[in-house]
Design a protein around this ligand. Sequence first.
Ligand SMILES: NC(=O)c1ccc[n+]([C@@H]2O[C@H](COP(=O)([O-])OP(=O)(O)OC[C@H]3O[C@@H](n4cnc5c(N)ncnc54)[C@H](O)[C@@H]3O)[C@@H](O)[C@H]2O)c1
Ligand SMILES: O=c1ccn([C@@H]2O[C@H](COP(=O)(O)OP(=O)(O)O[C@H]3O[C@H](CO)[C@@H](O)[C@H](O)[C@H]3O)[C@@H](O)[C@H]2O)c(=O)[nH]1
Length: 431
Amino acid sequence: MDICIIGAGYVGLTTAAVLADIGHTVFCTDRDEAKIDQLKQGVIPVYEPGLSAMLLRNMESGKLIFDTSVSAYISQCPILMIAVGTPPSKDGSADLSAIYSVIRNIADMIRSPKTIVIKSTVPPGTADQIKQWLLAHSVSPDLFHIVSNPEFLREGTAIYDTLHPDRIVIGAVEQSAALQVKELYKTITTTFLLTTNREAELIKYASNAFLAVKVSFINEISKVCEAFNADITRVAEGIGLDKRIGPQFLQAGLGYGGSCLPKDVDALIHAAESKQLKMRMLNAAKKINRSQLSLYVNKLKSKLGECSHNQRIAVWGATFKENTDDIRASQAIALMKKLTKLGYHVYAYDPLAHPSLPSVIWCESAYEAVEQSDALIVATCWPEFMEADWLTVKQAMRRPVIVDARNRLDRAMLQSLGFEYTGIGRPESTT
Ligand SMILES: NC(=O)c1ccc[n+]([C@@H]2O[C@H](COP(=O)([O-])OP(=O)(O)OC[C@H]3O[C@@H](n4cnc5c(N)ncnc54)[C@H](O)[C@@H]3O)[C@@H](O)[C@H]2O)c1
Ligand SMILES: O=c1ccn([C@@H]2O[C@H](COP(=O)(O)OP(=O)(O)O[C@H]3O[C@H](CO)[C@@H](O)[C@H](O)[C@H]3O)[C@@H](O)[C@H]2O)c(=O)[nH]1
């Protein structure tokens, strides 16, 4: 099948690579001309393990074509897949301006029947509103179907997740359009769930909201663990063995960030409020997530005393999690901003990201960042941090204080080397 994907970000590029690999012919476009120019030259604008090789392979075989001039492809392809961003607006709602800009283009160019697939995450009711918009702009109902096909990939494992999804959700009014989209994923073995558009849109939001609540839940329980001298890592293991709960998303720490969980929680709250519904649980999850930053600052203060202006803090990790270059809504960056505001000197290192932040000094290596530092905060669990040479780290530091903001380091090993270790919900002794 010929497919035109509009939006060459993490989702658009991953989907383009996988659909081309499956055997479809994929045309991919973006309003960012520089990005498309880079892609044409084989330069992949985002870091995502395995993506580059899969894109290049399919570009070489001619199954994947990048271009800025989309009109020819819109007329050629029966399937138009929208994967543009839906970032948060100031009031928390999803900003759908990029979606409508694409819809306007489609409305101008549509001459033959199209299946318009909404891959972007959009609030419940969006597909129906788009349909009304197209009809109001004199596009014949015979020329389009709208299918909601939300994406569930995680950054860092996007290719794997797209090839091995837990489910593929396809929401549509017309069964023929739903089956056409199902056919796109013909080689993928998974559960296909056919729903209405609104159900598909809500499945996406509810999934991310549930994950956010799960993280905030374990962060709340970690405080109880700390108060009762119990270890959250063992408590989480014990909870997770219950099949009804499952072991994933029970990692206590700095809280959730990224381009999806925070914005989708906000957008769901906003959508519910538009129907006079208060999302008490989601608001609580947000509040807990925000409070994780102060919690870690207090942990730092309990080790170093109140901030004096010559304290030097090393922060390892800037991305919202490991194996991605994405810093959108990163808790690591929010923490750095909080620390510099309080007067700490922050020396930071991340293997991929070093955004310009007031008063943060970016270092060339993890070891350079810890030179003469009074504490090290591990904010993101990049593999190179997990495998650090801790003796070298200890020798470089002024005070061997480690704040493990993701609870992933080997506490016993670090303590045996003489580090003062602080995690969350992991008491120093369990007596
Ligand atoms: N990143 C993820 O892990 C993930 C996972 C699942 C779902 N999603 C959802 O998928 C959507 C895309 O997310 P992303 O992370 O890939 O975003 P992104 O910001 O990485 O990419 C979006 C791309 O769309 C392009 N774009 C914007 N307006 C355009 C227009 N009018 N015409 C053509 N191109 C346009 C941008 O230039 C950009 O390259 C969002 O709705 C997001 O919530 C993201
Ligand atoms: O036990 C955990 C698991 C995750 N996190 C944090 O939660 C955030 C989100 O992690 P993750 O969900 O792995 O990242 P994303 O790549 O943003 O993926 C989420 O958001 C995507 C965009 O909607 C969805 O497609 C995915 O299914 C959903 O997992 C990160 O800051 C993690 O550090 C924790 O603190 N504890």
